[in-house]
Design a protein around this ligand. Structure first.
Ligand SMILES: C[S@@+](CC[C@H](N)C(=O)[O-])C[C@H]1O[C@@H](n2cnc3c(N)ncnc32)[C@H](O)[C@@H]1O
Length: 268
């Protein structure tokens, strides 16, 4: 496993803004009695716990690959809610007949090859089960472009051995087609633009330091991380006029689809 650079406190700084899409996702749940739920990339678990409570789920399992995030989640466990260290890319259900709800908020974009990933994740669904995902799609924003721009420049490019964060996220149309190809039904795909009112443009640095930039932090040698962050700070300051408040636009894709209740070759 690579270095765990997730910082729960930093991630929590924009909790209100970051949880908005999660509640939009929850509104898309087709609730059923006694659901078995899994949350892929549950982070610090507060939103997993909220989903568990609101849905009155029979059981909810949150998985994450960051021990630091899971340490925060651990005290929330109980009453059918549990957490486990696992990688989304390899997670498999070992018991039972599948989940009634597979939910993932702002986590799948860390895993490559979404067509293959969706095929894997769809296999976690019980008949009639729902897959519900939110992924950021803000790669055209200067906050995201700048991170990759710096990765292509020295001394970072050599230290990163040419690594530039790839775009795992598909387009909304590609998700719609992929869900259909997997035999899922009732698909719904939305592109939504969130407008976050930050106090100043420099807040973008703090926002991205808690998520996007962790990818470079974990790959750069420790002595190059502060210069990278400082260069990022300067580029952002130069690129964005000093507006207060600063309106940080953030595009996200929300999608949902269900496994048919009765599939080909399955008896009713
Ligand atoms: C942006 S946070 C979102 C956390 C939570 N879903 C929320 O909405 O607050 C992304 C989370 O995905 C986790 N993550 C990233 N890659 C992962 C992987 N391959 N397997 C499991 N978790 C992963 C990170 O550790 C982090 O906790």
């Amino acid at each position: 496993m690579t270095r765990d650079v997730w910082k729960p406190e930093l991630y929590a700084r924009f909790r209100a803004e970051r949880s908005r899409p999660f509640f939009d996702l929850l509104a898309m749940v087709r609730p059923r009695l006694g659901m078995r739920v899994v949350d892929l990339g549950c982070g610090t678990g507060e939103l997993t716990a909220e989903a568990h409570k609101r849905l009155g789920a029979r059981s909810t399992l949150g998985i994450d690959s960051s021990p630091a995030m899971l340490e925060k989640a651990a005290p929330l466990a109980g009453d059918g809610l549990s957490f486990a260290l696992a990688d989304i890319a390899t997670f498999e259900q070992t018991t039972g007949s599948g989940f009634d709800l597979v939910i993932s908020n702002a986590a799948l974009h860390w895993v490559p090859d979404h067509p293959a990933l969706l095929a894997r994740v769809a296999r976690l669904l019980a008949p009639g089960g729902q897959l519900l995902v939110q992924v950021p799609a803000n790669q055209t924003h200067v906050s995201h472009r700048t991170a990759n721009e710096l990765a292509r420049e020295e001394p970072f490019a050599s230290a990163l051995k040419g690594y530039v964060r790839h775009r795992a996220v598909l387009t909304p149309v590609e998700y719609a087609l992929q869900l259909h190809r997997l035999g899922l039904v009732e698909e719904e795909v939305r592109l939504q633009v969130y407008v976050h009112e930050l106090s100043e443009p420099a807040d973008i640095v703090e926002w991205c330091r808690g998520t996007l930039l962790t990818d470079y932090e974990k790959r750069l040698p420790p002595d190059l991380w502060p210069p990278y962050l400082e260069a990022y700070r300067q580029r952002i300051a130069a690129a964005i006029p000093d507006e207060r408040p600063y309106l940080y636009t953030y595009q996200r894709i929300l999608f949902s689809a269900s496994r048919p209740r009765v599939g080909p070759g399955t008896s009713p």
